[in-house]
Design a protein around this ligand. Structure first.
Ligand SMILES: Nc1ncnc2c1ncn2[C@@H]1O[C@H](COP(=O)(O)OP(=O)(O)O)[C@@H](O)[C@H]1O
Ligand SMILES: [Mg+2]
Length: 212
């Protein structure tokens, strides 16, 4: 990536961790820092991507193969990268994405047991050199996230999975964050919303000062 491009920040965590809630905090902090935020999400973020999102989350496809699931995630991602993310980065904006490839490693690679190697091959093929500059992992016990998400709406195809599935997702995020601490920062998302927001602002400030 060229030196003049914007910043690519992603948010990760199990359902109900508070990603969508945290987006507002991060977007307003980014504005305070005189950058232009572009808030988007995966799977989705484009017309084709949102159609793929419906296929992925709908119950009509309960028996979908893990391979199909991973390929659909990357199909939506290819569209998103080329139509939204790269153009925004080239304009110098700060792209804030609710889930990205770390979620594919965690959900399809770990919890669906496809393995990291195959996800890595697709990552390389679809993304080339593009990786998030910073990834904020909102970490909390699965049962707490489930309790929060349960109050929201009927469970989608992922949300209906058992706790063991989400434990694997959580462990994958934590393992990968421990292996890549420069990029992936873990936040205790079980705290109250104000404390989570403060922790996020603190990380952003330190990370920007450190020269990312
Ligand atoms: N720190 C928090 N403490 C308690 N409830 C929270 C917190 N953060 C978010 N929530 C609530 O939990 C639910 C899920 O949050 P959301 O941001 O939609 O999570 P996600 O996008 O990660 O699935 C929402 O109802 C939200 O208001
Ligand atoms: Mg959300």
């Amino acid at each position: 990536m060229g030196a003049t491009r914007g910043l690519f920040i992603t948010l990760e965590g199990v359902e109900g961790a508070g990603k969508t809630t945290a987006m507002d905090t991060i977007a307003s902090h980014v504005r305070d820092l005189a950058m232009v935020p572009l808030v988007t999400r995966e799977p989705g973020g484009t017309e084709v991507g949102e159609s793929i999102r419906r296929i992925l989350l709908d119950h009509a496809d309960d028996a979908m193969c893990p391979e199909t699931e991973a390929l659909l995630m990357f199909a939506a991602r290819a569209e998103h990268i080329n139509k939204v993310i790269l153009p925004a980065l080239e304009r110098g904006e700060c792209v804030l994405c609710d889930r990205f490839t770390d979620a594919t490693y965690a959900y399809q690679g770990a919890a669906r047991a496809l393995g990291y190697e195959r996800i890595g091959a697709l990552e390389q093929w679809v993304q080339g050199e593009l990786r998030p500059d910073l990834t904020l992992v909102l970490d909390l016990p699965v049962s707490v996230g489930r309790g929060r998400a349960g109050e929201r709406s009927a469970p989608d195809r992922f949300e209906q999975e058992q706790d063991t599935f989400f434990e694997q997702v959580r462990q994958s995020y934590l393992e990968r964050a421990a292996a890549d601490p420069g990029r992936m920062k873990v936040v205790d998302a079980s705290q109250d919303p104000d404390s989570v927001a403060r922790a996020l602002r603190h990380i952003l400030d330190h990370w920007l000062v450190a020269g990312n």
